[in-house]
Design a protein around this ligand. Structure first.
Ligand SMILES: O=P(O)(O)OC[C@H]1O[C@H](OP(=O)(O)OP(=O)(O)O)[C@H](O)[C@@H]1O
Ligand SMILES: Nc1ncnc2[nH]cnc12
Length: 183
């Protein structure tokens, strides 16, 4: 079985969660299976180190940015494997010190994201990681925060992409997803 089929087989769909009309795709069964979790992380790391990402000369990622909350389960592990920094993007009011912020609309509501102002240095290369991209609102806001600090997003990485919402067109860098869902 391919990595993609293995990971896909563990995703659980919950119709009408967190509200009517949304089919929530749950990634937690992957994390319950250590072999699947290892496969997932290794897949991302292999992608970042052995494939050609046009905006990533010398294949060097300086910073992995993970999005609150499920991006925190993936980002730090990927960052450690790459020898890169991990930087969290958190929902408003959770981070101490000076922060930059950006608000965004998502599949089921409005929210605001923040990043610590000294977390990324001008010119650093960044990958943004999260479990799922739906409308792309949260990823776009994260990209805006990176840009405000002078960083350069070279790729947005997700386990799942809801392709029917066409988020890729909103982003300023390529989108990579392991599983694509079109319904
Ligand atoms: O592409 P978008 O439409 O922006 O939606 C995707 C975002 O929504 C989910 O997080 P959620 O806001 O539910 O937060 P959580 O991780 O704290 O549950 C998901 O983990 C992404 O972060
Ligand atoms: N359909 C979905 N499943 C899981 N997380 C989500 N975040 C936004 N839309 C989602």
């Amino acid at each position: 079985m391919s990595d993609t089929d293995y990971i896909k087989s563990l995703l659980k769909a919950h119709p009408n969660f967190p509200k009517k009309g949304i089919v929530f795709l749950d990634i937690f069964p992957i994390l319950r299976d250590p072999v699947a979790f290892e496969t997932l992380i290794t897949h991302f790391v292999y992608h970042l180190t052995s494939k050609t990402i046009p905006a990533l000369p010398a294949k060097k990622v300086d910073v992995v940015v993970g999005l609150d909350a499920r991006g925190f389960l993936l980002g730090p592990i990927i960052a450690m494997r790459l020898g890169a920094a991990f930087v969290p993007v958190r929902k408003q009011g959770k981070l101490p010190g000076e922060c930059v912020s950006a608000s965004y609309e998502k599949e089921y509501g409005v929210d605001s994201f923040e990043m610590q102002a000294d977390a990324i240095k001008p010119g650093q290369t960044v990958v943004v990681v999260d479990d799922l991209i739906a409308t792309g609102g949260s990823a776009k806001a994260a990209g805006e925060l990176v840009a405000k600090l002078g960083g350069k997003v070279v790729e947005y990485l997700f386990i799942i992409e809801l392709t029917f919402l066409q988020a890729a067109s909103k982003l300023d860098a390529p989108l990579y997803s392991i599983v694509q869902s079109d319904d």
